[in-house]
Design a protein around this ligand. Structure first.
Ligand code: ZN
Length: 216
């Protein structure tokens, strides 16, 4: 008997600021076409995440009057337990309800069934599309996957070494068979994220292999 296979596509942060704007990931526009080709495939559900920050977000260098790409330690919000985490301070990006937070032009966004927002709390950075790093709150993603009886998640988008990797690691934690589609991902600094994901049991594939898997 064939094992149950209910695949979801998760399109991470394919937004203007990460492709052309203030925090553009190198060569990011090259993945619009492969992401679109996957959005045309018969996934049980296609979900996009959007980074969606208030103007004074904790991850912005401007908020702390510090140089961009410098690092600080951040702590959980008041009354919560949790370890300090190192935070890279980014240029202002993906401010809610501004053009920088829109889906990048050319993305087949009409094929997306559900969009989940992240990073809306001014005091909490959220790389993963599932939840914050201290596991205090979840986005709408875990419930959407559960509602559709998803077994396998296929992750694409930006950036490979931050939000894609964090989303993939959480997908494993939530019990999903997790795939990252390498030719539909770009990283800020291409490097050790691939090995780290493989070590955690994440399967690295290319979009042609995904299309074969979906033509079951
Ligand atoms: Zn952000």
């Amino acid at each position: 008997m064939k094992a149950k296979f209910t695949p979801a596509l998760i399109v991470v942060d394919m937004q203007y600021d990460f492709v052309h704007g203030s925090l553009a990931v190198p060569d990011a526009s090259a993945i619009i076409q492969p992401v679109n080709s996957l959005l045309a495939c018969p996934f049980a559900i296609k979900i996009a995440s959007k980074d969606f920050h208030p103007p004074d977000h904790i991850s912005f260098a401007r908020t702390h009057n510090k140089p961009v790409f410098s690092k600080i330690n951040i702590h959980p919000p008041r009354y919560h337990e949790g370890r300090a985490l190192e935070q890279v301070l980014w240029p202002v990006h993906c401010v809610a309800n501004t053009p920088g937070a829109d889906f990048v032009e050319g993305l087949s966004h009409q094929a997306i069934n559900t969009t989940v927002l992240k990073g809306q709390d001014p005091g909490i950075e959220m790389y993963s599309a599932f939840r914050d790093p201290w596991h205090l709150a979840e986005t709408a993603l875990p419930a959407a996957l559960q509602r559709h009886g998803v077994t396998d998640v296929f992750i694409v988008g930006l950036a490979g070494d931050y939000c894609v990797m964090s989303t993939a690691l959480d997908a494993v934690d939530f019990g999903y068979k997790t795939w990252v589609v390498k030719d539909a991902v770009k990283s800020v600094h291409d490097g050790e994220e691939w090995d780290e994901m493989e070590r955690k049991g994440i399967r690295l594939v290319d979009s042609q292999e995904v299309k074969k898997l979906l033509s079951y």
